[in-house]
Design a protein around this ligand. Structure first.
Ligand code: SF4
Length: 471
């Protein structure tokens, strides 16, 4: 299908990220701060667990009747005066948006943050069609000026420090150096104002769409999505089809969790509810409204009993912030618009490349992602399922020695007798290895053993002590 392009194999991208000291510095601060903010927000919400249960039930319920909700949404949007477009895949979605832009005579397009448009690589397609595209979320604006892709679904420029942005703005804007976040923001804001006023078309995503009313709900902190959707003559919203929910009560439940999980806020600064094009008696809003409903592999996920619950994701980013792998390699190494555990689960289906099939292996399976997910998505279970599928195609990136060890471990763990014999042998072996330290240099698996310390095993195995103590 489509997604962010990858110019080097996943393993090389990981090595590059780990060696990038600037990236490590930038990630170290912000990822931890976001995770702490989320934890504090839920500590102050006694009904948090009950809300998470309700959110999960609501999203899974919506997915169970997705076809019905989508049809109702399309009817409601059209009744409100909007146009609905169904996009089978990324290429079709890009064509739809470009056609709308050409028909509108658009030259400049202002955009707010949208993972769906990143997923379909919309910006390069619009630019190739002769349009000027301006990202208006501050983080997205920064990465666009740097010629990069976003590296986090909530904080697109998480990989950059303030000093990086100072250097970048000085270079691309040709202005005096601005040393504070406030001054940098003001500089971007002054430039973006002109683009909001001049653009003929605005593109947004959507956090939720309400089937009963045809309304789109967009949450944000900067107000730029509100400007993108109301100032230009034409507004296009590109939305994954799983974002439709039946009614307002469902949105209420999800909204109470989204900002807390994402940034630790009780509510974002702006929650916009869009009802379609401007009515005759209204003073603002677009003259034309188009909703592009994107499939791009989602039907496949929906039909897959193992992966279906991944569509319950509300794109809060909490699993990224909790993931020890994301916290070290950042988003670009994944090579997919949505990085982290949820990206690693859905990328093999949505992107459909051998490179994407390797992503589920970038996980320690510690379960931290499942613990923080507001809709309790069982990400480790699905990562394991995707690994098993990838292994059939042998795209795991494991070396021959690691594959041999994994096969041997499977045989040993499959029989109690073999397990007892093997652990007795291993105890003697590891005692010797840990004493003299050569485990760090075992041929073929040094990349795995090198950074790990091999502890000296206990003199008496736990099983024997357990049996003896029980009498
Ligand atoms: S999987 Fe859960 S934690 Fe991760 S982005 Fe989606 S909703 Fe948030």
């Amino acid at each position: 299908m489509s997604g962010a392009s990858t110019e080097a194999p996943f393993g090389e991208r990981i090595d590059r990220a780990l060696a990038d000291t600037g990236l490590q510095r930038a990630l170290g601060g912000t990822v931890g701060r976001l995770a702490t903010a989320r934890r504090d927000a839920f500590a102050a919400l006694p009904e948090g667990d009950a809300l998470r249960d309700a959110a999960r039930a609501a999203k899974l319920g919506a997915l169970a009747s997705l076809d019905r909700h989508l049809e109702a949404l399309a009817r409601a949007v059209e009744a409100n005066g909007g146009h609905v477009h169904w996009a089978r895949d990324a290429a079709q979605a890009r064509t739809i948006v470009i056609d709308i832009a050409h028909r509108a005579g658009a030259q400049t397009v202002v955009k707010s943050k949208s993972m769906a448009t990143e997923e379909i690589a919309l910006n390069p397609a619009l630019e190739a069609a002769g349009l000027r595209v301006v990202e208006t979320d501050l983080g997205e604006y920064i990465v666009q000026q740097a010629g990069e892709a976003p590296s986090h679904i909530i904080v697109p420029a998480i990989h950059k420090t303030r000093a990086d942005v100072t250097d970048l703005f000085e270079r691309v804007h040709g202005t005096d150096r601005k040393e504070t976040a406030e001054a940098l923001t003001a500089e971007a804001r002054a430039r973006l104002r002109q683009d909001f006023l001049g653009a003929e078309m605005g593109i947004t995503g959507a956090n939720f769409a309400i089937a009963a009313t045809g309304s789109l709900v967009i949450v944000e902190n900067e107000g730029n999505a509100r400007l993108c959707s109301t100032l230009p003559r034409v507004h296009v919203a590109v939305m994954g089809m799983e974002k439709v929910v039946p009614d307002w009560p469902t949105v209420g439940t999800l909204l109470s969790l989204l900002a807390r999980s994402a940034t630790g806020q009780r509510m974002t600064s702006y929650v916009s509810v869009l009802g379609g094009p401007r009515g005759d008696d209204e003073v603002d809003g677009p003259e034309e409204f188009h909703l592009v409903l994107l499939d791009n592999g989602r039907s496949e996920l929906l039909a897959d009993p193992v992966l279906r619950e991944s569509l319950a994701c509300i794109r809060c980013g909490a699993c990224l912030n909790a993931c020890p792998v994301y916290g070290r390699i950042g988003g670009h190494a994944y090579g997919f618009a949505v990085p982290g555990p949820i990206g690693a689960v859905v990328a093999p289906t949505i992107q459909g490349t051998p490179d994407a099939a390797a992503l589920p292996f970038a996980s320690s399976l510690c379960g931290a992602c499942r613990d923080v997910c507001p809709v309790r998505i069982d990400l480790p279970r699905m990562l394991l399922a995707q690994r098993a599928r990838a292994r059939r195609g042998d795209v795991s990136g494991l070396g021959r020695a690691e594959r041999g060890l994994a096969r041997m471990a499977a045989r040993v763990l499959g029989s109690e007798r073999r397990y007892r014999v093997a652990t007795a042998l291993l105890r003697g072996l590891t005692r010797g290895l840990s004493r003299f330290g050569p485990a760090q240099r075992l041929p073929g698996v040094a990349a795995w053993t090198g950074p790990r310390t091999l502890p000296e095993p206990a003199k008496e195995p736990f099983r024997r002590r357990w049996e003896r103590d029980r009498g």
